[in-house]
Design a protein around this ligand. Structure first.
Ligand code: BDR
Ligand code: CA
Length: 306
């Protein structure tokens, strides 16, 4: 059983990842922390609470940073995820409230309390994770691993020709996380672009899981439309679910040990770059994936939901 905290900007594929975690028998979800990116941090917190309530999960949500470490705030990615984060599904107020404690403090405390066992899975910009590393020098020692959805070594970018969106939205924070060493795993576009889910896949999920699968299917229309119109792809990438699956099934991914740096300015801002001469300890970057097995795990487990 993996003790997991997901740091998230929900977000359509974030919702897929969180529902996947709710369904997975090998995941003990200890909480969610929220971040800007697909939406603002306030909307991310509202959406995170809403997803947990829909899934019947009583776990805490800690609200995170509202702006990148150094750069000014970016506009939310409404063209990809809709104005409220879930495609055309309108906003709704959850019953619950976030913790008083902020995301970085919550992450530091949980890593201490579950020393050596906590896996943190950031599926949005890395500001909260960098803040946790800066606030508590033992944070990295205390966690079991940090499995990031983000980056691209050989695949090129998705928000610019060079950068993947989560890294682009706070490159300075991502560069801090790149200094975390062997416990840090990047699940980036090199693998997530190989895992595509089609309208038929969402239809089959919704047929077996009408409530939560149905909600994902409703969100998927907007996301699939973006993929078709902008990327010319008949299917959307399972970015965030792939990172959550890598937390429990690392054997489905081929990883390369690479010292990594993030470009923090200019045309290449947000690019993740191999830096063999940097003197940094290598992190792990996923370069290959058993895409069919990841996808079938995703489809099979989501149908366990109501
Ligand atoms: C990442 O960016 C966001 O739009 C998605 O939720 C995912 O975390 C993919 O580049
Ligand atoms: Ca995300």
């Amino acid at each position: 059983m993996v003790k997991l905290i997901i740091d998230t900007d929900p977000g359509i594929d974030d919702a897929m990842a969180i529902f996947y975690a709710a369904a997975a028998p090998d995941i003990d979800l200890l909480g969610l922390t929220t971040i800007f990116g697909n939406v603002t941090t306030a909307t991310a917190t509202r959406n995170a609470l809403r997803l947990l309530e829909a899934a019947g999960l009583d776990v805490p949500v800690a609200s995170g940073a509202t702006a990148p470490l150094v750069l000014p705030p970016f506009k939310p990615s409404s063209h990809v995820h809709g104005d409220e984060g879930f495609g055309d599904i309108p906003a709704a107020e959850p019953k619950g409230k976030p913790l008083e404690e902020d995301a970085a403090d919550f992450l530091c405390r949980m890593a201490r309390e579950h020393k050596g066992e906590l896996v943190v899975c950031p599926i949005g910009p890395l500001t909260n994770i960098a803040l946790a590393m800066q606030r508590d020098p033992e944070f990295i020692e205390n966690v079991k691993s940090i499995v990031v959805m983000g980056g691209s070594l050989e695949e090129g970018g998705n928000i610019t020709p060079h950068a993947e969106a989560n890294i682009y939205h706070d490159p300075h924070a991502a560069d801090v996380v790149c200094q975390g060493g062997e416990k840090v795993v990047f699940v980036g576009l090199d693998v997530t672009h190989r895992i595509l889910c089609t309208a038929e896949d969402f239809e089959s999920i919704a047929a077996k899981s009408p409530e939560l699968g149905g909600m994902l299917q409703e969100m998927s229309y907007f996301y699939l439309k973006f993929y078709l119109e902008v990327a010319g792809k008949n299917g959307c990438s399972l970015h965030d679910p792939a990172a959550v699956i890598a937390c429990t099934h690392p054997e489905l991914f081929g990883m390369r040990d690479v010292p990594l740096e993030v470009s923090c300015g200019g045309e290449t801002s947000g690019a993740t770059l191999a830096a063999p001469d940097s003197g940094r300890d290598p992190v792990k970057v996923c370069m290959t994936v058993e895409a069919d097995r990841v996808k079938s795990l995703f489809l099979k487990r989501l149908t366990l939901l109501p």
